[in-house]
Design a protein around this ligand. Structure first.
Ligand SMILES: [Ca+2]
Ligand SMILES: [Ca+2]
Length: 484
C-alpha cells in the first residue's frame, strides 16, 4: 500500500475512534461544563489578541502571540468540524503564521470554581508550516512553565485537522485556578517565511466545584415526576421545607412556546430518593419568554440553586441567569456564573448565592432563566429536572421532619364530577389545600384540621383539569384532577 494512503486511512480511523470515545464518555458521565470556547467563526482579518467566543466567567480570556519577527495571527476560511461545541459550524479558524520560531501562542485558561479540567483543540498545518508543537502549562500566570503530564511529549502536526486532547484531572494544581495558562511553541519549519499552523475549536472543560456540602438543607425541590402532558399552570414545587408558601415555576412571556413533560428525566441531581422519572420540557419559541423560579428563602441563609438540563438537537444553546430580591427587578450582581452552555446530555449546573446576602430570608427571592441561541424557531427545547434550592444555614432544619417522608394524599375518584375525596395515612393533621385551575387561579382553598380524610364539593366548578396543591407545614405536594 502507498505510504500516503496508509497515513490517510490511519487518520480517518483515529478521527472516528476519537469520536467514538468522546461519544461514549459523554453518555456515561455528567457532561463536562464548557468553561471557555474559541470557535473563531467571528474572527476577521489580522488580530493582536483573540478573546474566547464563549466563557462561563465574567471576563473572556484572550489568546496572544507574543515574540519577535514577522509572524502574526489572522482568520482563515477553512475551520473544521472536529471538536465542535454548542452547535457551531466549522466557519473560520485561527491562522498562526510563520515565522513562528521567535514567537509563542499564549492561551490563558482561568479555571475558577472548576476541576477535572480537559483542554482540547483541532489543529493542522500548511506544507511549509511548523511540524512540531511543544505544549507547556503554567499554574502561576506564566512565571513558571512545565511540560509534565498530560503534555509530556511534543505534538506532530499534520496537514489534515486532528484533535489534541489533554486531561488534567489528575493534576489538582490547575483546579479552581485563575492563573492557569497553556503555551504552544513551534518547531521544525517554524523559521520558514511562509507556512502556518491552523487552529479551530479550542475548548476548556471541567466540572463545577460550587456544589453545596451534603449537610446543607434541601429547601425547595422540583422533580417533575408527576407531570403529564402540556402544563399551562405554574408548576408548584414537589417539595418545600418552608411553611405557608407555594413556590412555583412559570414560563412567562408571549408566543407559541409552552411547557410539557419529557422522558427520560435526569439521574444527576436526584433528591429524596426520587427516580429520574420525567423532566420539564421548555419549548421554543423562547426568545420572548422566561422561566421564573419562585424560591422563597424564609429563615434561610447561604443559598445554592442547582438544576439539571440538556437540550434537543435544535434546542436553546445558552441559559442566562438573573435573580430578583423584590420579586420584580432582575439583576446579576454578585453572581460568578451568569450564563451556561447547554449540551445534548444532561448536566448539573450550580449557582452560588452565598455572597449575596439580600437573597437570604427573603420571600420575594426568584431566579429567572432566559435563553440565547436557537430561540426564535418553532422546534427545539431545553429539558429541566431536579431543580433544587439548598441553604447552608436555616432555622427550618431544626424542625422535626423527615426528608424521606413525602406527603402524597390519595385523590379520588379521578375523573370526578360532584365530589372529590382526599385521604392519607401519615401523621399530618393540619393540611392546607388549594384547587388551582389551568390559568393558575386558585378557585378553592381550605384547611383540613384533625382528620385524615375529607370531601371537596366541586359541583360548582367549571369542567376541566385542575391541580390540587397540598401543604402540611413541612411538605408540599400536588395532584391533578379532571372534572367532567
Ligand atoms: Ca471555527
Ligand atoms: Ca424527574
Amino acid at each position: 500500500m502507498h505510504p500516503l494512503l496508509l497515513q490517510k486511512d490511519f487518520k480517518t480511523m483515529k478521527k472516528y475512534f476519537t469520536l467514538f470515545v468522546l461519544t461514549f464518555i459523554a453518555l456515561s458521565i455528567n457532561a463536562q461544563n464548557i468553561i471557555h470556547y474559541w470557535h473563531f467563526n467571528n474572527l476577521n482579518d489580522s488580530v493582536g489578541s483573540v478573546p474566547a467566543d464563549y466563557t462561563v466567567l465574567s471576563q473572556a480570556p484572550e489568546i496572544t502571540y507574543p515574540g519577535s519577527g514577522a509572524g502574526y495571527m489572522d482568520d482563515v476560511n477553512d475551520g473544521d468540524d472536529l471538536n465542535l461545541r454548542q452547535g457551531q459550524v466549522p466557519g473560520n479558524g485561527l491562522r498562526v503564521r510563520n515565522p513562528s520560531d521567535l514567537r509563542e501562542l499564549i492561551i490563558p485558561l482561568p479555571t475558577n470554581d472548576h476541576e477535572d479540567i480537559v483542554f482540547s483543540y483541532a489543529v493542522k498545518r500548511t506544507n511549509n508550516g511548523a511540524q512540531t508543537q511543544l505544549l507547556s502549562f503554567s499554574i502561576d500566570g506564566g512565571n513558571n512553565w512545565s511540560n509534565a503530564a498530560p503534555f509530556l511529549d511534543s505534538i506532530t502536526v499534520g496537514t489534515d485537522y486532528a484533535v489534541e486532547s489533554f486531561d488534567f484531572s489528575s493534576n489538582t494544581d490547575v483546579n479552581d485556578n485563575p492563573d492557569f495558562v497553556v503555551r504552544i511553541q513551534f518547531f521544525n519549519g517554524a523559521s520558514n517565511t511562509s507556512g502556518n499552523n491552523r487552529f479551530d475549536n479550542i475548548v476548556l472543560e471541567g466540572q463545577s466545584t460550587t456544589a453545596p456540602p451534603p449537610s446543607d438543607a434541601l429547601i425547595h425541590y422540583w422533580h417533575f415526576n408527576t407531570l403529564s402532558g402540556r402544563e399551562d399552570n405554574p408548576i408548584p414545587a414537589d417539595y418545600t421545607l418552608v411553611p405557608n408558601v407555594t413556590p412555583e415555576i412559570t414560563y412567562v412571556g408571549v408566543g407559541d412556546g409552552y411547557v410539557d413533560d419529557y422522558s427520560p428525566g435526569s439521574s444527576l441531581n436526584l433528591q429524596l430518593n426520587e427516580p429520574p422519572g420525567a423532566a420539564l420540557r421548555v419549548r421554543n419559541p423562547s426568545f420572548n419568554r422566561a422561566l421564573i423560579i419562585d424560591l422563597p428563602s424564609n429563615d434561610c441563609e447561604d443559598i445554592y440553586l442547582m438544576y439539571d438540563v440538556h437540550r434537543s438537537g435544535s434546542g436553546m444553546l445558552f441559559n442566562n441567569i438573573a435573580y430578583t430580591v423584590d420579586g420584580v427587578n432582575y439583576d446579576t450582581t454578585g453572581l460568578a456564573v451568569r450564563q451556561v452552555s447547554i449540551s445534548e446530555n444532561y448536566q448539573t449546573f450550580t449557582f452560588d448565592f452565598r455572597g449575596i446576602s439580600t437573597v437570604n430570608d427573603n420571600p420575594n427571592f426568584k431566579v429567572r432563566i432566559t435563553w440565547d441561541g436557537n430561540t426564535n424557531q418553532t422546534n427545539g427545547n431545553n429539558r429541566y429536572d431536579n431543580v433544587a434550592m439548598f441553604a447552608e444555614q436555616t432555622t427550618l432544619s431544626n424542625r422535626s421532619f423527615s426528608q424521606q417522608e413525602s406527603f402524597s394524599p390519595n385523590v379520588y375518584p379521578n375523573p370526578a364530577s360532584s365530589e372529590v375525596f382526599i385521604e392519607w395515612n401519615g401523621q399530618q393533621t393540619n393540611v392546607t389545600y388549594r384547587v388551582v385551575d389551568m390559568q393558575g387561579r386558585t378557585v378553592l382553598i381550605d384547611n383540613i384540621n384533625g382528620n385524615h380524610k375529607t370531601a371537596i364539593d366541586v359541583s360548582q366548578l367549571s369542567r376541566g383539569l385542575y391541580t390540587i396543591v397540598f401543604n402540611d407545614g413541612n411538605h408540599q405536594s400536588h395532584k391533578k384532577i379532571l372534572l367532567r
